[in-house]
Write a protein that binds this ligand. Sequence first.
Ligand code: RB5
Length: 153
Amino acid sequence: MIALGCDHGGYELKQEIIKYLEEHNLEYKDFGCDSMDSTDYPIYAKRVAIAVQSGDCEKGILVCGTGIGISITANKFKGIRAALCSDCFSAEATRLHNNANILAMGGRVVGPGLAIKIVDTFLNTPFSEDERHIRRIKMIEEDTDIADVNPEI
Ligand code: RB5
């Protein structure tokens, strides 16, 4: 199950993504918004982040104008790794290396053709399961005091 969310800046692109998901018989839950009327992206980023964090949805896709606000918000949630992507290389790498569980995009940044290829890459690339990537993902979640950071890293 894929959680979808957008604000007004991402609404049109989200409709394209829905078309893609339906054509590929992929299940999704749409957490809004439902029109191009101006709204606040944190509402939808939070809903999608909670759906993924709780395990209710396996992955999420968030779209706002730039993809920035919506990814910043989602990444405040423990266990959420939201990756803002505008190209397929990053979408593939963030699955392989970061095991990203939310894809964020900018509806005013990427056109629909490229966006759908990014979605396809994100959804079809498995996590590498490499030890070094598992270690680094664990480190993201560790409570890190600034004084504990090794300057040699
Ligand atoms: C809305 O105008 C815009 O600020 C929003 O979609 C997003 O780009 C924020 O990061």
